[in-house]
Design a protein around this ligand. Structure first.
Ligand code: FMN
Length: 438
């Protein structure tokens, strides 16, 4: 028995590819011109991917050890390009695949965001999405004149008002408002364009938007928060959700929970696709793949600095202060990335920090093997979970290189396609409609 077809996507920052890889070529110096990502997009479209999703953050962090050294030495959260202008470039180089950029409700004014997204939806003919985040870092907030982010749950209350405003702006032009009638001399019919006069707790926006919404009307909405407030928000608004619950049972529980929350909001369960993050390790033989995975998960000093550095940035807790041979102190809390800290703590129960790092898993479950055997594992997992697909993140800790992208696009994806598990063509014109097709 095979699972129904599922969606396949890639999750990445607009960041340097694996620069220590022997296959990095000149990319550590040239990636910001976007060509690496253009090649990647073409390759992934040929393979049948639904979309690329670009995460984002806007800080150079000195949380780890009180210095920017670790962030910049390992290129953790910086340098990082803004994915928004990259999206139309990628769409121009492809025909069907979708592209999603992250923008924060804590930092953007809703009018600018609604306008940028509507413009990009037109430019790409309906192939863009917005990953709605509330952001986790005070250091980023301080780039926008904000000393401290709002408390975690209040950020979602603000995000709710933000998206209400954005949707009202996208609704502010009725269909058919552009008449371009040479006889009467009207380009746009002013009776079909309406101010929104929004006055809320966080935003005051007059409207209307100064252009009509794009082909998707609302861009594809993506979300990734795993806390109860995050799940509620996602089930109200998201077309697609990124998730990292650990193991098949937790994946199924997560997906079922989101689907029932969506139904409680009056939506169809299938309107929200829950996609799970994986980092397949592929080899020509099972033994090759296992050996490679062992090397990838080896706890070198570089790996420790990378993992603890990322934890420090997203939780704004300095992980350098802890003795790695002791458990994580129980009183460590965060106003940042709560689900990230919770997940680490869950995996660290009864272990020292060093032991927890060794067994640490940032994907939903390990996928290690030949392209054919990993395709079979993905099939089994989807059958057990019920759907809706996977996001590839890259190799454990090492992110992606041209070589790794090709292993997925030319090795794994054809094996999935042969089994009827991913799309063999794009039947719909827009990202949202392609996501809704199965
Ligand atoms: C898989 C995943 C990807 C995320 N990507 C981003 C991102 O690109 N930028 C960002 O600011 N936050 C990102 N987040 C954080 C969440 O979107 C969220 O704003 C924050 O962590 C608080 O949500 P939570 O506590 O509900 O998880 C991500 C979270 C997860 C689980």
């Amino acid at each position: 028995m095979s699972a129904d077809p599922f969606h396949l996507a890639w999750f990445t920052p607009f960041k340097v590819p694996a620069w220590k890889s022997p296959w990095a070529q000149d990319t550590p110096f040239t990636w910001l011109n976007g060509q690496y990502y253009v090649d990647m997009a073409r390759n992934l479209e040929r393979a049948g991917f639904d979309f690329m999703m670009f995460e984002d953050s806007t800080l150079v962090s000195d949380t780890y050890g009180g210095s920017m050294e670790n962030d910049l030495k390992h290129g953790l959260h910086s340098p990082k390009g803004d994915p928004v202008p990259l999206l139309p470039m990628l769409a121009q180089a492809t025909k069907h695949m979708g592209f999603i950029a992250t923008m924060s409700t804590s930092f953007y004014p809703p009018f600018i965001l609604a306008r940028v997204m509507a413009t990009m939806d037109h430019l790409t003919q309906g192939r863009v999405g917005w990953n709605v985040v509330t952001s986790s870092e005070d250091l980023a907030a301080q780039n926008y004149g904000i000393d401290h982010l709002l408390q975690h749950d209040e950020r979602y209350v603000m995000a709710e008002e933000f998206i209400t405003v954005a949707k009202a702006l996208w609704d502010s032009w009725e269909d058919g408002a552009i008449v371009a009638d040479r006889e009467t001399g009207y380009l746009a019919d002013h009776t079909k364009v309406h101010p929104i006069h929004h006055e809320g707790k966080y935003f005051k926006v007059r409207g209307p938007l100064n252009l009509p919404a794009g082909p998707q009307h609302y861009p594809t909405i993506c979300q990734a928060g795993g806390s109860p407030m995050g799940r509620d928000f996602a089930s109200r608004h998201a077309n697609v959700l990124l998730a990292t619950p650990s193991g098949v049972d937790a994946m199924k529980e997560y997906r079922d929970d989101i689907r029932s929350r969506a139904v409680a909001q009056g939506r169809a369960a299938d309107d929200v696709k829950v996609m799970f993050i994986v980092q397949p390790v592929l080899g020509e033989t099972e033994a090759d793949a296992q050996a490679l995975a062992r090397r990838r998960y080896e706890l070198t000093q570089d790996q420790i600095e990378t993992i603890l550095g990322i934890m420090s940035i997203t939780t704004e807790v300095d992980f350098k202060q802890f003795d790695l041979d002791q458990p994580l102190p129980a009183d460590v809390t965060t106003n940042g990335h709560q689900s990230g800290l919770d997940q680490f703590r869950k995996g660290a129960e009864g272990k020292t920090i060093r032991e927890a790092l060794m067994g640490r898993q940032t994907e939903v479950l390990p996928l290690i093997g030949t392209p054919a055997s990993v395709a079979e594992q993905m099939d089994e997992v989807m059958e057990a979970v019920g759907g809706d697909g996977f996001l590839i993140r890259g190799e454990p800790v090492r992110t992606h290189s041209r070589r790794y992208v090709d292993e997925i696009a030319s090795g794994l994806a054809p094996e999935l396609r042969k089994r009827g598990l991913i799309r063999s063509d794009y039947t719909e014109p827009t990202l949202k409609a392609n996501l809704g097709a199965f």
